[in-house]
Design a protein around this ligand. Structure first.
Ligand code: CS2
Length: 485
């Protein structure tokens, strides 16, 4: 049984100062924890949170309402040590379906002068941008809807924009928009989504957004597996915690934020948040080292018969694969400020992946690959090829991804592909096989930047890996990739 340290909520958030879109496990275990520590330190604060889910996970919203917004976060250092934290900063939880009363409540809350920051964790696809180019996808049905009905928006950018429109009309200064999703230059991307949508609706509003709204970037990091029955059972048994809104995560947490909050912000730095001028080196490091390794473990690990990150890194061949990937295909593409030791960072990541008290499912990471691959592997692959380096690990990852998106895993029944492009994948799988299938995937310009897809060395590497995967199975590819001990 682990030693449990209990951290109750010891303050009152008198007022809501932050509205959050995306009330998922990550928000509850990351941003809310920093705000809770801030609240406990000060005893009271004006940085209470209103958090909303947009057309997903109504259950957690209802659960949280029943509990008055209170819930627990169990932070596992390892099997022996866990901190059970009570969260009380969540003052309002909303579920926004198709329009309706709660959308209006959310918009009013966002437009209220007390709201000074709007944060988002709506996943990569929630911004409705092309993953490879970062441009707004006008053909996205929610964006098409928001262009036609700007006052009852459905997309996250549309909701942010409508709230900003109301503030502008009422003479209330713009809130700061803080994107907390895993995208490169995530502030800039969010600005792109909101501004491009504004330009399609109202030119004067678009100009106001351009001039008045701050979109700082930030890097967020904490491993927070989706909750399942087993995690709830373990919480009850080990920690006597019977909270259906609880979340389990690792004890590690990092938040690096660009310090640009015109209407003010909590003194987050006291809670360990790194407030910096330029977040991009940290974001790129995390995306390529951590998330890139995660995706590699997910697609290759699932093919090798593993279920969780822990299972995958316990397989020496996969452990060596990500060791090699980080050292040879991620680190050489990074240009870090002085004092950042990438070898030490890689070592810490390997230790975090080996945390056996987390059940982090590879299938969770494998979701939405089309939205994740560009920033995790593809931008780096272009740099590696420019530098005359090899891309074996990335090519294996892409081949494993194509395999995962088009065929059942060895010895398993067909699985569901959770990805905005799943219908396209099914179509390509039906029409093409072998090398033509690989070509059809590499020609998806939403995913693969055309400059990269045009490079023979890139295509050859992916073809080679895919051929070997299909012909000889994943095992045949792992040993030659291993770094000699
Ligand atoms: C993971 C991330 O699901 C995924 O794609 O790579 O959610 C990862 O666990 C977090 O970014 C860690 O900070």
């Amino acid at each position: 049984m682990p030693v449990v340290k209990r951290e109750p909520c010891t303050g009152t958030a008198a007022q809501i100062g932050i509205v959050h879109l995306g009330l998922g496990a990550f928000h509850r275990a990351h941003q809310a924890v920093y705000l809770q520590r801030h609240l406990n330190r000060h005893g009271n604060s004006d940085w209470g949170v209103c958090s909303a889910n947009l057309r997903s996970n109504r259950t957690v919203v209802e659960q949280l309402r029943e509990q008055d917004g209170r819930y627990h976060v169990a932070e596992y250092r390892d099997r022996e040590q866990v901190t059970l934290r009570e969260i009380g900063v969540l003052r309002q939880a909303l579920y926004v379906g198709e329009g309706g009363q709660e959308l209006e409540q959310l918009l009013q809350r966002m437009a209220a002068p007390q709201t000074r920051i709007v944060t988002l964790t709506v996943t990569e696809k929630g911004y409705c941008l092309s993953p490879s180019s970062g441009q707004l996808r006008r053909e996205d049905p929610t964006i098409a809807h928001d262009i036609a009905h700007p006052h009852t928006p459905r997309s996250a950018p549309g909701i942010v924009l409508e709230a900003l429109r109301r503030r502008r009309a009422a003479g209330i200064p713009a809130f700061t928009v803080l994107c907390c999703d895993n995208m490169p230059d995530n502030g800039q991307r969010t600005r792109q989504a909101v501004s491009a949508l504004a330009a399609l609706q109202d030119e004067a509003l678009a100009q106001w957004v351009e001039q008045q709204v701050a979109f700082p970037s930030c890097m967020v990091d904490r491993i927070v597996p989706a909750m399942d029955d087993e995690s709830f059972r373990r919480l009850a048994q080990q920690l006597d915690c019977h909270d259906r809104a609880a979340v389990v995560c690792e004890s590690f947490s990092q938040w690096v934020v660009e310090d640009h909050f015109p209407l003010g912000r909590p003194d987050w730095e006291v809670e360990g948040v790194q407030m910096v001028e330029d977040v991009s080196p940290f974001e790129t490091m995390k995306l390529r080292m951590l998330n890139g390794s995660h995706s590699l473990l997910a697609y290759v690990g699932l093919l090798a018969g593993h279920e969780s990150v822990f299972d995958a890194v316990s397989d020496g061949r996969l452990a060596r694969l990500i060791e090699r990937y980080m050292a040879e295909e991620a680190a050489p593409t990074l240009d870090m400020p002085a004092g950042i030791d990438l070898a030490a960072y890689a070592q810490d990541l390997r230790a975090r992946f080996a945390n056996d008290s987390l059940q982090h499912r590879l299938r969770q990471i494998a979701m939405d690959g089309s939205q994740k691959l560009p920033q995790r592997w593809l931008l780096g692959a272009q740099q590696l090829l420019d530098q005359g380096r090899g891309i074996d690990c990335i090519a294996l990852g892409i081949a494993a991804w194509i395999h995962y998106c088009t065929q059942p895993l060895p010895g398993r029944p067909a699985h569901t592909i959770d990805d905005p492009l799943s219908a396209t994948f099914a179509d390509l799988a039906g029409r093409f096989e072998g090398a033509s299938r690989v070509n059809a995937f590499l020609d998806l310009d939403e995913v693969f930047p055309p400059q990269l897809a045009a490079r023979a060395a890139f295509r050859d590497a992916v073809h080679h890996a895919y051929r070997a995967l299909v012909r000889d199975g994943v095992d045949s590819l792992l040993p030659p990739l291993a770094v000699p001990n």
